[in-house]
Design a protein around this ligand. Structure first.
Ligand code: AMP
Length: 547
């Protein structure tokens, strides 16, 4: 028997309309190249989104055109998010930090028709435009007064196009599985692969994200997404914030400018933020050095890579900020798990609490998780067994966009193999121990590089740490700790290695330490183990460990 409830499609248009009717005067504050502090309301945003939909029609964009965005977090990018998807087209966010070959591959693979580009990235596109011949036009996200000189073919000015259109536009009633967004993985091997989000998947993700034990955001919050809108939709904050009616503070190109971020947090009353650990390192350093504070901030989501315990403790103990350690990926829209307490963990103290904080959380309702061994057998949720983490759910990618061969990650029907290795404890909390390919295999056993990095980050002389496996004649691989020292700190390898004593199993302790000026990062701000392994390809471990 069928239920007798209305079959109303789950559309981002409904989120936009709800926000427009219920939070019309809520503010969006943006830092842009042409205005250091632009302010307007949700109503202004959605009115311009309707004009933009008319622009797409005037330009002749196809009914399901992929429209590329090369843009920072700001109000114009918000307009693009809503207008592209709600007009039935597909918002293809592109990460400008990718290499030229990857950009060309992605733009051509997606068959983008138009690209909307921040003035700062115009030169970057000029270099690759000849290799993307199907692009019908480039629209620069600025006004006529700030329009740069450009050799891009058919280059247009965003504000000029908008000014020519009416804000009368009837959003189409789409089928809920219509594609809404496209984001490519920033995989380190092989070509990037496209995760194609639907209206339905994104709406359900938005509800999941807003829940109290996920991000727990409300109309009284002010959100500063430091995580870029050009990668996995700024972790869903643009839609979740619009749905619940938060104020938005959009930092534009200042994602890595600690002073600007701290100014925005204090001046605009930011209560919730989100970013990868590497963006928070300079912010915490800056706040400490200047004696400033983060008073309005009540919590921040940190994920994308493991958040060091020392960072969570610094946020909590010095600034009263709760870190919601979260796990997810491009293929999961991205939120899969978030670490908030439940009764069994709320009373933990000391080492048990420390260990618990390093968990990337429990599944966001709607997402199912399991860990399996090499034979695909499910492993127990005992917090000890670790295996390949698999995931399923309505906002998990079922297959990649336009792939010419089936992906191995989808080999088991109904499940997606994340490529992560994890444990799950009896309360459902996952602990990511590694990417499958980053696990260190020593004497047939696995060593977690993430756990070792976490310990190293607790040492006061360590600014950033990464651990990789180095070939060993007897043990197959042994861990090498690579460290960037805190400015002016004097620390020797020996002291750092001794620091591991009692904190991890003896045989996990790194064999050696290499000091470097900088650790390489990927386009999404994560430590690039691939580049690091390249840097240390010729490295030979000392005959006897530095221990
Ligand atoms: P991306 O698709 O670029 O967002 O990267 C997703 C990957 O980032 C995951 O598969 C994990 O390897 C890693 N990741 C995300 N969140 C965490 C976390 N909290 N701890 C450890 N690794 C994480």
């Amino acid at each position: 028997m069928q239920g007798l409830m209305m079959d109303v499609p789950l559309l981002l248009t409904a989120i936009m309309n709800h926000a427009d009717q219920n939070h019309p005067n809520q503010e969006i504050v943006s830092v842009t190249a042409d205005n250091p502090l632009h302010r307007y309301t949700f109503t202004d945003c959605f009115s311009r989104a309707r004009k933009l939909a008319n622009v797409f029609n005037t330009l002749g964009a196809g009914a399901d055109a992929r429209i590329g965005t090369f843009a920072w977090n700001d109000y114009r990018h918000m307009e693009l998010y809503f207008s592209i998807s709600c007009s039935g087209r597909i918002c293809h966010t592109i990460n400008p930090r990718l290499f030229a070959e990857q950009l060309i591959y992605i733009i051509n693979h997606a068959e983008d028709e138009f690209i909307f580009v921040d003035p700062m990235f115009v030169e970057l596109l000029e270099e690759i435009a000849a290799d993307c011949p199907q692009i019908k036009g480039y629209i620069v996200l600025t006004d006529a007064a700030n329009m740069p000189e450009s050799s891009l073919p058919n280059v247009m000015c965003y504000e000029t196009l908008l000014a020519a259109e009416s804000d009368a536009f009837e959003w189409p009633e789409l089928e809920e599985n219509t594609a809404a967004g496209l984001c490519y993985t920033s995989g380190t091997t092989g070509n990037p692969k496209g995760a194609l989000y639907s209206h339905r998947s994104t709406v359900l993700h938005t509800y999941g994200q807003a829940l109290p034990d996920t991000m727990g955001i409300s109309a009284l919050d002010c959100v500063l997404p430091i995580v870029p809108m050009f990668h996995v939709g700024a972790w869903g904050f643009p839609f979740a914030g619009a749905m619940v009616g938060t104020k938005f503070v959009m930092p534009g190109a200042s994602l890595s400018d600690p002073k600007m971020l701290v100014d925005l947090i204090n001046d605009e009353g930011v209560t919730i933020s989100a970013g990868v650990p590497t963006v928070w390192l300079p912010v915490l350093k800056y706040v400490k050095e200047t004696g400033r504070n983060l008073k309005p901030l009540r919590k921040t989501a940190i994920g994308g890579s493991a958040c060091p315990l020392s960072m969570m403790e610094e946020f909590r103990d010095l600034y009263g900020v709760q870190v919601v350690h979260a796990w997810g990926m491009t293929e999961t829209n991205p939120l899969g798990a978030a670490n908030n307490h439940k009764p069994a963990t709320a009373t933990l103290t000391g080492e048990a609490l420390e260990r618990h904080l390093q968990s990337a959380g429990r599944a966001v309702p709607g997402v199912q998780l399991k860990i399996v061994d090499d034979d695909g057998e499910e492993l127990p949720w005992d917090g000890v067994a670790f295996g390949a983490l698999k995931v399923r759910g309505p906002w998990v990618c079922a297959t990649y966009f336009n792939l010419d061969q089936p992906s191995e990650a989808h080999a088991e029907p109904g499940w997606f193999d994340t490529g992560d290795v994890a444990t799950i404890d009896a309360e459902g909390f996952i602990r990511i121990t590694d990417r499958t390919k980053d696990v260190i295999k020593s004497g047939g056993e696995w060593i977690s590089s993430i756990d070792l990095e976490n310990v190293a980050m607790g040492h006061s002389a360590v600014a950033e740490a990464a651990v990789i496996g180095i070939h060993h004649p007897k043990w197959q691989e042994r861990p090498l700790l690579v460290v960037v020292k805190v400015d002016g700190a004097a620390v020797e390898a020996r002291e750092l290695i001794d620091y591991f004593d009692g904190k991890v199993a003896k045989w996990w302790i790194p064999d050696d330490v290499a000091f470097v000026d900088e650790i390489p990062h990927t386009a999404t701000g994560k430590i690039s183990k691939l580049a690091l392994r390249g840097m240390f390809a010729e490295y030979v471990l000392p005959e006897t460990s530095a221990r």
